[in-house]
Design a binder for this molecule. Structure first.
Ligand code: WT7
Length: 655
């Protein structure tokens, strides 16, 4: 084992962990000089830089121009034709990786001795054949270029197969996280005007069957859009069947040829929509296109996880989130490595499931979320200690700031003080990682996502867009376009402009607060808008409020996020009730359940408080800041001069 001697305490008192020399020697990027030189070039001449990066990918037709930037609209690799599915499959096979394992999947159910009941390994060649069969099946169902296909599936290989099949024929996919409710599916189907759904009868989670098909049935009842539902048989649970609409996956692929030419798609062809929460109203369909996203995910995955041909790489996210799109499917497959997929919960059957998986397959690179690390911390180091984790070379973190205590635990008990940790900052909108250490290069400081990735011009500014001094808290913005950036919000240009490009003139506004220290390291402090991050999952206060007021007894609701040791943030709801009934704890539970059924379990408020009135300004705006103070500190201390009715605060104090 490499000694833990590479720890300095800088002048600032911050601990710094310098990359181990052995790791750096074998890495794609080996030194700070490598990074500084490339970074300078990437910012001074982005077109030349990205054109060289893109040379690793396969294009049917080369671009005429690297970037056309008509703020806020970017076109990357203008005029090129390519296909992401081809790049993940044939392009790998053509480089001699056909028999190499592409996807290594483990289902949740286990035998008595804890071993998995099902393991599937798909080589690049087999994966290509499966993708082609399904792509041909989709075409036969009448799906073609441009049709939005909704995927609501468990974490099984068929989800990746379905995505790659859609990408192959140019039908944009819209993956919906399996934990979302029927209403959430219906809203997304409607917004995307999507006529096709791919689902499964169920999926395994904590030894129970998640009734995916029945949620889809309910959603189909709410919109009249859906023409076909393809159903993969996973759990064999009872389901309803609509003969005209529903078709088994097995029937779809039956007799289909295992070859299907990848469509030659324009660089800016829509690759997928992914719905995420914003500060207002309903979720927005973040739109990503083909070539820029492809190049950006391939390159970031390669450098940040330092992917090498024999890596067994495991990202524990669900494919229903952007992390899974970019760093389970598209990024790793474009690097020809083995990407591990696991269907179920981290504590099924016991709290060492993740470490058992790492040991079983010799996982070399492991990427997870701070909320999971904190959950493991709570269970104690004896769980990872039962397993041989000596193959691990690198650890990653994503989704929310990682608190230094969790960082140190991860470093010591999982990485055994040997593995660099990459704390990667990014968003659904950014397509790939924008701020991160490079594992062979960047000395890390626990709690900081460190520096901007190549080509990323990140800065901290005030509300007027003025750059701030080191260590001043401000807003995180990106001043130049990058290939993986979102191209819009589906069907809502005005919202796209307002949300990201108007808040601060001329730059992309992330919605995050941060500071940058004297070494140019970014410290993300969290969202500055009405977005809450619960266990790294993104939720909008407005969505939860509208779910609450859809309950017949609720008059008004205000939702805030407050710090929580395990989940990062938790949800508190302040609610006023219609009529004169006295609310009680039954109603609290009923409301929590109501949110879980209308939105999904992750949106369930941890705390519900009843009040006669909500604190508002004279113009009628709810003063969430006061509610936040109340939820975090138990009292209101800040400025209340704009508050309309002081008695509401007194009343809230009594609650
Ligand atoms: C928001 C984006 C990126 C994929 C998963 C989340 C927060 C993300 C970090 C990090 C601090 C982070 C930000 C960001 N966030 N990664 N390493 N350190 N905060 O994607 O659901 O679009 O959420 O997650 O607040 O804005 P998302």
């Amino acid at each position: 084992m490499v000694p833990a001697g590479n720890i300095d305490t800088g002048d600032d008192g911050n601990q710094k962990f310098t990359p181990d020399a052995e790791f750096s020697a074998q890495a794609h990027l080996k030194s700070q000089e490598d990074y500084e030189t490339l970074y300078k070039r990437s910012i001074d001449d982005p077109e030349a830089f990205w054109s060289e990066v893109a040379a690793d990918c396969h294009f049917f037709k080369k671009w005429d121009r690297v970037l056309q930037w008509n703020s806020p609209f970017a076109k990357w690799f203008v005029g090129a034709e390519t296909n992401v599915s081809y790049n993940c499959l044939e392009h790998q096979i053509n480089q001699g990786r056909g028999d190499h394992t592409a996807i290594l999947w483990e289902g949740e159910p286990t035998n008595q001795d804890g071993s998995p009941k099902e393991v599937v390994q798909l080589s690049y060649k087999t994966l290509l054949a499966e993708v082609c069969k399904f792509a041909n099946g989709l075409k036969k169902l009448g799906i073609s270029r441009g049709d939005r296909v909704t995927l609501y599936m468990p974490m099984i290989p068929e989800l990746a197969i379905a995505m790659l099949a859609c990408a192959r024929i140019g039908a944009p996919h819209s993956v919906i996280f399996g934990g979302f409710s029927a209403q959430a599916i219906a809203d997304r189907l409607q917004d995307a005007d999507s006529h096709y759904v791919i689902t499964a009868d169920g999926g395994w989670r904590r030894n129970k069957v998640v009734p995916l098909k029945s949620n889809v049935d309910e959603a189909c009842g709410m919109t009249k859009l859906v023409k076909k539902v393809v159903v993969y048989k996973r759990c064999g649970n009872d389901i309803d069947w609509n003969d005209e609409r529903d078709v088994w996956w097995d029937e779809v692929v039956k007799g289909m040829p295992d070859t299907c030419d990848a469509e030659h798609l324009d660089a800016e062809h829509m690759l997928f929509l992914l719905y995420t929460s914003g500060s207002t109203g309903k979720p927005k369909g973040i739109l990503h296109t083909t070539a820029g996203y492809m190049v950006y995910t391939a390159y970031t995955a390669k450098l940040i996880f330092d992917l090498q041909p024999d890596d067994i790489y495991w990202c524990t996210a669900d494919i229903g989130w952007i992390t899974g799109h970019s760093y389970i499917v598209y990024g790793p497959l474009q690097n020809g490595v083995t990407t591990v997929m696991y269907e179920g919960a981290p504590n099924e059957p016991e709290w060492d499931r993740f470490w058992a998986i790492c040991e079983r397959y010799g996982v070399t690179k492991f990427y997870t979320a701070p909320t999971a690390i904190r959950a493991f911390m709570k269970q104690g180091p004896e769980w990872p200690a039962k397993h041989n984790l000596s193959k691990l070379k690198l650890l990653g973190s994503v989704g929310e700031p990682i608190n230094p205590a969790a960082w140190h635990w991860y470093h010591e008990h999982i990485g055994q003080q040997r593995c660099p940790i990459v704390d990667t900052w990014w968003q659904t909108e950014t397509g790939g990682v924008l701020i991160t250490p490079l594992p062979g290069v960047t000395p890390t400081k626990p709690g900081s996502a460190t520096r901007a990735f190549l080509g990323i011009d990140a800065a901290i500014v005030d509300k007027d867009g003025n750059a701030l001094e080191p260590n001043e808290n401000g807003l995180l913005v990106i001043r130049k376009p990058w290939p993986g950036m979102l191209r819009g919000i589906y069907g809502d240009e005005a919202r796209f402009r307002k949300q990201y490009w108007s808040e601060i003139e001329g730059v992309y506004f992330t919605g995050d607060g941060a500071r940058c220290d004297e070494d140019g390291y970014f410290w993300i402090t969290g969202r500055v808008d009405d977005v809450i991050k619960v266990s790294g999952h993104r939720l909008g206060t407005a969505e939860i409020e509208s779910s609450l007021v859809s309950h017949p007894k609720v008059a008004e609701a205000a939702v805030i996020g407050f710090p929580d040791e395990m989940t990062g943030e938790a949800i508190a709801a302040f609610v006023t009730i219609k009529g004169s009934d006295k609310p009680d704890s039954n109603l609290k539970d009923e409301l929590r359940k109501h949110v879980a059924t209308t939105l999904g379990a992750i949106a369930r408020p941890k705390d519900v408080r009843f009040t006669d009135a909500l604190p508002k300004t004279r113009s009628g705006k709810i003063m969430r800041r006061l509610l936040r103070e109340l939820a975090t500190k138990g009292r209101v201390e800040g400025d209340v001069t704009t508050l309309e009715d002081f008695t509401t605060i007194a009343q809230l104090h009594k609650e």
